[in-house]
Design a protein around this ligand. Structure first.
Ligand SMILES: Cc1cc2nc3c(=O)[nH]c(=O)nc-3n(C[C@H](O)[C@H](O)[C@H](O)COP(=O)(O)OP(=O)(O)OC[C@H]3O[C@@H](n4cnc5c(N)ncnc54)[C@H](O)[C@@H]3O)c2cc1C
Length: 394
């Protein structure tokens, strides 16, 4: 039997890549360092560009069962809640070939995991941390660290889908001087029971509130029972590491936004969050290459980005589909497959990384800049705003 394609990391990117590569007829060994494959808390938007890819992988039914489809995205002025533009997304199936969907992260991950577990071409090992690798002699040998020590595994190729602080990336490109750096912005995330939210904010719609130095995104999940709220503020780092280890209660978080004087409903929504988790946002500059020989990168390992276009996982899903397609079309050598995959994806992913960064600057404007921005949003209107992002969703 030929050696499998190994994937390091069973996040959204690694799981989707496993399904796409197995769909192209290759055996996959999915190695996850955590003991259990689970996403904690918070919500997730899946834009039509990723929705189409997931549907093509046969996941439409499973995802439709756990998703909510918001009717609109309201772009609001933070200080008084005035709607600057209403983006009607109720016809995005017709327009973009897939709906805008929102998920509880755990539900999306479970749907992908179940599909991977049901696929006989995919073997999943948890408690398996990929370390160094060596590709001398044509076959790749990976060191996999587990409870029983270090095992050597042979693979035909390795996909590093091991997230923003990727070990595979560090071994693949040891000379890159591109350690993650704090972006100057932090996300605070909470799930608020819908009955505690102001009635005006319980609709099956997404909302984006713009304020100087901050913005807030919220949308309902699980049939409207809970509201996922993300508050993003420009602030100095609270600690050096990227993990979500701090939390604040609602009134502490509301105090963080004192300077912005948010509208009453927004302030009430924030105060209703019992526990806000701290998520400092780290960035890395786009890479000039993702692959070397039979090793490549995917998702946040390849192109971590600011979450302001809600495209990080969507781009990981696009990567996964492109990788599966390259295996299906070329197949001959893993090296040629990875080279074709990289060529197909690296330019677009870098464009999304840059656009996501700019979006943060735009959202956080103050003073005259904010006045001009709000006028431009009003003038563009919902249709114009959606058309501006057509390059992303198409
Ligand atoms: C506040 C916020 C909101 C966001 N909202 C959205 C959104 O609405 N829509 C969207 O598309 N994106 C969104 N994103 C981005 C999205 O969360 C990420 O881009 C996406 O989760 C990346 O997936 P991944 O599989 O590449 O990496 P990860 O999810 O980081 O998964 C990496 C996996 O690899 C494992 N791992 C790490 N090292 C090793 C190793 N050495 N060996 C084996 N396993 C290893 C980890 O345990 C983990 O399971 C948001 C991000 C943030 C911070």
């Amino acid at each position: 039997m030929s050696a499998p394609i190994a994937i390091a990391g069973a996040g959204i990117g690694g799981l989707t890549a496993a399904l796409a590569i197995a769909g192209a007829g290759r055996r996959v060994l999915l190695l996850e360092r955590a003991q259990r494959i689970e996403e904690v808390g918070a919500g997730f938007q899946i834009a039509p560009n990723a929705g189409r890819a997931l549907a093509r992988l046969g996941l439409e039914e499973a995802l439709a069962a756990v998703a909510l489809e918001p009717r609109a995205i309201n772009v609001r002025r933070g200080r008084d809640g005035q709607v600057l533009a209403r983006l009607d997304i109720s016809d995005s199936r017709a327009q973009w070939g897939a709906p805008f969907r929102v998920f509880h992260r755990a539900d999306l991950q479970q749907a992908l995991l179940q599909a991977a577990q049901a696929n006989p071409e995919i073997e999943i090992r948890t408690g398996a941390r990929v370390g160094e690798f060596d590709d001398a002699g044509g076959l790749l040998r990976l060191s996999v660290h587990g409870a029983e020590g270090v095992a050597e595994i042979e693979a035909a190729g390795l996909v590093g889908a091991d997230g923003q602080r990727s070990t595979v990336r560090a071994h693949l490109l040891p000379t890159e001087r591109d350690l993650p750096f704090y972006s100057g912005r932090t996300a605070w995330r909470a799930l608020v029971p819908a009955e505690l939210a102001p009635p005006a904010l319980r609709a099956r719609e997404s909302n984006l509130w713009l304020m100087p130095g901050a913005h807030v995104v919220h949308y309902p999940l699980r049939d409207g029972a809970i509201i996922n709220v993300v508050v993003i503020v420009s602030e100095p780092p609270r600690h050096a590491e990227g993990a979500a280890i701090l939390s604040l209660d609602g009134s502490e978080l509301a105090r963080l936004l004192d300077r912005q004087r948010p509208a009453r409903d927004l302030a009430a929504l924030i105060e209703a969050g019992a526990s806000w988790r701290h998520w400092p946002l780290f960035a890395r500059p786009p890479l000039k290459r993702w692959s070397r020989g039979a090793v490549t990168l995917l998702g946040d390992a390849a192109h971590p980005m600011m979450p302001f276009l809600a495209q990080g996982a969507a781009q990981a899903i696009e990567d996964a589909e492109a990788l599966g397609r390259a295996f299906g079309q070329l197949g001959a050598t893993v090296e040629s497959v990875f080279a074709a995959y990289e060529a197909a994806r690296i330019g677009r992913a870098a464009r999304v990384v840059r656009a996501s960064w700019r979006q943060g600057e735009y959202f956080h404007m103050g003073g005259l800049g904010a006045t001009a921005r709000d006028l431009a949003i009003r003038t563009l209107g919902g249709r114009g705003m959606l058309a501006r992002n057509a390059w992303l969703y198409r």
